[in-house]
Design a protein around this ligand. Structure first.
Ligand SMILES: Cc1ncc(C[n+]2csc(CCOP(=O)(O)OP(=O)(O)O)c2C)c(N)n1
Ligand SMILES: [Mg+2]
Length: 322
């Protein structure tokens, strides 16, 4: 089903927000402002954005280590995420998760996970290309198909697992056939095309909601930068990086909106400016937030609420965010 102009504009704005968040943390990390490891997904924004356009607020997702796009697209505010990566009060997870472990149950984000493949046995699961080759993924595909779990697996195929390309770790290059071996309908889409992703997601999500069991989306895309901030990615040919950058998923939507006459460049520039302003405000706020008091280390370790532990735990998320 084609996206409405309103959905395309929302998708455009979400992709800009993801790009703005990640380009900013690259810079801030480079200036020594942010502690820890971070993995950005610049270039891959159309995948989670297209899928999220088909999800409801009460749908739940899991995300891998490269999670910022997945969780921003699901609605987690960037303000709390900036505070989180600074390790400051106001962080989405009270500065206890950092970039790798963003979780916000209120937004249907069960959690990002640094263990490759660990999110697949849990929910609407985003995973990297390498993750689909892990043992946990095979169990998840098998049991999800057997039990007809309402679940959509999304392979964010950025062509590499760290420095390792497909041909070094994947026995069956045609991943659609590989997944269909489990009895799960799978579709391969251009992961840099927001509309193509959303279209395929709409079918998989509808089938899952109707009790038809799990689906699988193979989304071919590319990360513009190294595996984590600091990796220069010398294992990738320059021409390959340049060819994928020329297929910028954000530019793709922008062109689509302008060429169809659905939006003018002036209108889209205004969206760009509003996103940039929000990002700048969020960084200023997050940077000015204090470090958490030491007592916080003892909190959130055990749940007070016996039957709704996650709801209780998420209550303090992003306190005081603008
Ligand atoms: C179980 C496990 N094995 C190995 C690692 C180390 N590791 C971290 S990221 C990564 C690559 C994952 O590749 P992919 O699934 O394609 O995701 P991408 O980083 O490309 O987004 C590996 C091997 C890990 N975190 N967990
Ligand atoms: Mg990968």
């Amino acid at each position: 089903m084609p996206l409405t102009v309103q959905q395309l504009l929302r998708g455009y704005e979400t992709m800009l927000l993801i790009r703005g968040f990640e380009e900013s943390i690259r810079k801030l990390h480079g200036r020594g402002k942010l502690p820890g490891f971070m993995h950005v997904s610049v270039g891959q924004e159309a995948v989670p954005t297209g899928v999220s356009l088909m999800l409801r607020e009460d749908d739940v997702i899991t995300a891998p280590h490269r999670n910022h796009g997945d969780v921003i697209a699901k609605g987690v505010p960037v303000e709390g995420m900036f505070a989180e990566v600074y390790g400051h009060v106001g962080g989405t997870c009270r500065a206890k998760g950092g970039s790798l472990h963003i979780a916000s149950v209120a937004h249907g984000v069960l959690g990002a996970n640094g263990i490759v493949g660990a999110g697949l046995p849990i929910a609407v699961a985003y995973a990297g290309d390498g993750a689909i080759a892990t043992g946990a993924s095979h169990e998840a595909l098998n049991m999800a198909a057997l039990w007809k779990v309402p679940l959509v697996f999304v392979r964010e195929d950025n062509q590499y697992a760290e420095s390792t390309p497909h041909e070094v770790y994947q026995s069956m290059p045609d991943v659609v056939r590989y997944v269909e071996g489990y009895g799960i309908p799978a579709e391969a889409v251009d992961g840099n095309d927001l509309e193509a992703v959303a279209d395929a997601a709409s079918r998989a999500v509808a089938r899952a909601r109707e009790g038809g069991g799990p689906g699988f989306l193979q989304c071919a895309t590319y990360r513009w930068y190294g595996h984590n901030i600091g990796d220069v990615g010398a294992y990738r040919p320059k021409e390959e990086v340049a060819a994928w950058k020329a297929r910028d998923p954000i530019e793709h939507v922008r062109r689509r909106l302008v060429e169809s006459g659905d939006a003018t460049t002036t209108e889209l520039d205004a969206v760009d400016a509003a996103v940039n302003e929000r990002i700048a405000r969020a960084i200023a706020w997050a940077e000015a937030q204090p470090e958490p008091p030491p007592e916080w280390a003892r909190e959130d370790v055990f749940s007070d609420a016996q039957f709704a532990p996650l709801a209780g735990w998420s209550a303090g998320a992003a306190e005081g965010a603008p």
